[in-house]
Every structure is written in structure tokens, then in C-alpha cells.
Design a protein around this ligand. Structure first.
Ligand code: ADP
Ligand code: MG
Length: 344
């Protein structure tokens, strides 16, 4: 048999494939957009959703805005204001650096940006398709900041649409993302609402993380919170955690993990936490834990995956072990006045 002929893929095909990897569901798109608003130093972020984010996902912030002259390229792939040299990655202070989120969204949805910087007297609105402007940006009224409107997500990817969960379930994932960012970024006020309805989630810009946890996850969890702190010079990390005491437990465990302010997953850390609590909680019951880790940037690789959902760091085993011991000690200390379950 003849060998197959190798051809270079069309650029739009390449971009669409990449977009499909970064934006898998409405909640992924929203995470990217929230991170952009935080990178732009917004103190107010409002999210509006229609049909689980599939019909409409809109995020409004009061951040720096986007310069008018950048509107032409902002949705092209690999255009960013945050990174210039690869070396800068080892010390990156922003969430974004790949310049792919807006580009990706523009390949799988109808995307419009309305934005105003402090220097302009009016705002500008521009709409995009496949990374490019659909027409020249139009002047419009508006406050400083940016409104990103994403409509008809995956309109051109029928297979992806079919694989999504119901709007209610996608909304739940959106709510989960907003809740977690709202807790961690307690200096920023977040609002989440379904279009035309009153907010389902609202935090104030001067509330504490404890306030936000109580507000979002309920009084029962709020009352059970125990702060745990740890600073370690050997492995160069700091931890700030709020975990529930052992007299609280729920069927569904909730874990919020931020590493250098990025919302990430860590199976290893999750397993460690579960193993601590399994000694104290009834079988099948779980705690609520919020853990914020700050690791020296040179020990952290954020460029593992385009979604940045996963990060790698040095001394993972040692760090997890130290966290585990610290939390364990704190739980023991808070537990003197009551009896508790011990699984045999
Ligand atoms: P990245 O965040 O990796 O740079 P994005 O595609 O998410 O890539 O965004 C591209 C650029 O658009 C950003 O670098 C930033 O300059 C600008 N931008 C996006 N969203 C906002 C926003 N809400 N406010 C201000 N600037 C923004
Ligand atoms: Mg970004």
C-alpha cells in the first residue's frame, strides 16, 4: 500500500481544534473570562447566564478595559498583553499568558466585546468571528471596564452540543466556578444571575472569605470553619486554609483549592484530606475545605495544560505531607470538648 500523503491543516481547522480543547463547556469559558477580569484588576464582576450559558454568557467588569487600537487583534490566537518572553512564565503574576481564550471562544460562539478605558471619552463595541473582527469597532456609551458577550456557544460544533449536560447542570457548574472565585477573591464583588432574574449569588467587595463561604455555602459550614495556617521555609510555601471541624460533615464533600491563586485540582491533596477526615467522620461523609497555597513561582509549572486546570510543583509529596500534618493537628486541638466518631 502507498504511504499516506501528509498535508498541512488549514489554519481555521487548527484553531477550531485548539478551541475545542480549551472550551469544553460553558463553565470553562466563564473561568477564562473571570480570570481576564481579575487580571484587569476589576473590583466588580457580574455574570449573566441564559440556558446554562449555552444561549448567553455575559460578563461585565469594571477593570482597565481594552485599548481601542488592540481591538483588531485581541481575538487572534496568541495575542496577549501579559507575556512577552518564555522566561517570564517562571514568574507570571497574571492568570492568562497564552492569549488563547478569547480566540477560542470566537471560534466556537458569537462573541462581542464592549469596552472602555479610562483614557477614552466613549466606549467601543466590536464583534468577532473565528478570531477576526466582523466590522470596525463602533463607538458606544458605557462605564470604564469590559462587557464580554458570548452567545450560542458551540453553534458550529453539533457533536459538542450533544455531549453537554442539561442547561440546569451546566448552570450548576457555572455557579460552582463563580462561587469558588468569589470565595478566594474576597476583595472583588461577584454577582451571578440568570437573565431577567434577581441574582442567585452575590458577594460584597469588602467581605471576608469566611463571610463569602457562609453566604454561598451556608451557615452550617460557616459556623464550623477553622482557620489553619502554615508557612514553610524549607519547601518555600505558605498555606491559608479554612476547613470544617469534625462536627460538620456532608454527603458531598466540597474542596476549593487555589495554588498561586489559580483554581486547580489535585487528586493527591484531595486524597490526603480525605484520609485525615476519614478518621473522624462517619463513613461516606466529607468535610468542606478551602485551601490556598502559595508556592514560590520558580517551583511551579503552570504551563502543563491549556485549561491550566492542572499545575505541577516541586516537592509535591513533602508539601502535601506537611499540610496534612498541620490540618490534623489543628483538628485534634479543636476537638477536646466533644466526642466524635472514630471509624474502626
Ligand atoms: P490571555 O489572558 O492569555 O492574555 P485572552 O485571550 O484571555 O488571553 O485575552 C487576550 C487579551 O485581551 C488579554 O491579554 C488582555 O489584554 C485583553 N483582555 C481580555 N479580557 C479583558 C478584560 N475583561 N479586561 C481588560 N482586558 C482584557
Ligand atoms: Mg485570559
Amino acid at each position: 500500500m502507498e504511504p499516506a500523503v501528509i498535508k498541512k491543516l488549514d489554519e481555521t481547522v487548527v484553531n477550531k481544534i485548539a478551541a475545542g480543547e480549551i472550551i469544553q463547556k460553558p463553565a470553562n469559558a466563564l473561568k477564562e473570562l473571570i480570570e481576564n477580569s481579575l487580571d484587569a484588576k476589576a473590583s466588580h464582576i457580574q455574570v449573566t447566564v441564559k440556558s446554562g450559558g449555552l444561549k448567553l454568557l455575559q460578563i461585565q467588569d469594571n477593570g482597565t478595559g481594552i485599548r481601542r487600537e488592540d481591538l483588531a487583534i485581541v481575538c487572534e490566537r496568541f495575542t496577549t498583553s501579559k507575556l512577552t518572553k518564555f522566561e517570564d512564565l517562571s514568574n507570571i503574576g497574571t492568570f492568562g499568558f497564552r492569549g488563547e481564550a478569547l480566540a477560542s471562544i470566537s471560534h466556537v460562539a458569537h462573541l462581542c466585546i464592549q469596552t472602555k478605558t479610562a483614557n477614552e471619552t466613549c466606549g467601543f463595541k466590536a464583534c468577532y468571528e473565528d478570531g477576526l473582527l466582523k466590522g470596525p469597532p463602533k463607538p458606544c456609551a458605557g462605564n470604564q471596564g469590559t462587557i464580554i458577550t458570548v452567545e450560542d456557544l458551540f453553534y458550529n460544533m453539533p457533536q459538542r452540543l450533544q455531549c453537554l449536560k442539561s442547561p440546569a447542570e451546566e448552570m450548576q457548574k457555572i455557579c460552582d466556578v463563580v462561587s469558588k472565585y468569589a470565595v478566594h477573591n474576597s476583595g472583588t464583588a461577584f454577582t451571578l444571575k440568570k437573565y431577567g432574574e434577581p441574582p442567585t449569588l452575590r458577594t460584597a467587595d469588602r467581605s471576608t472569605r469566611e463571610d463569602n463561604i457562609t453566604n454561598i455555602y451556608g451557615l452550617q459550614i460557616g459556623r464550623a470553619l477553622l482557620p489553619v495556617e502554615l508557612e514553610d521555609d524549607v519547601h518555600k510555601f505558605k498555606m491559608m486554609a479554612l476547613v470544617t471541624k469534625v462536627d460538620y460533615s456532608a454527603k458531598r464533600g466540597i474542596m476549593l483549592l487555589f495554588i498561586n491563586h489559580r483554581l486547580v485540582d489535585s487528586t493527591a491533596l484531595k486524597a490526603a484530606i480525605d484520609s485525615i477526615y476519614s478518621t473522624y467522620l462517619p463513613k461516606g461523609m466529607h468535610p468542606f475545605t478551602y485551601i490556598s497555597l502559595e508556592i514560590t513561582p520558580t517551583h511551579l509549572d503552570v504551563n502543563v495544560h491549556p485549561t491550566k486546570h492542572e499545575v505541577h510543583f516541586l516537592y509535591e509529596d513533602e508539601i502535601i505531607d506537611k499540610i496534612k500534618r498541620r490540618i490534623e493537628l489543628k483538628l485534634l486541638g479543636s476537638n477536646t470538648s466533644r466526642t466524635f466518631y472514630k471509624q474502626l
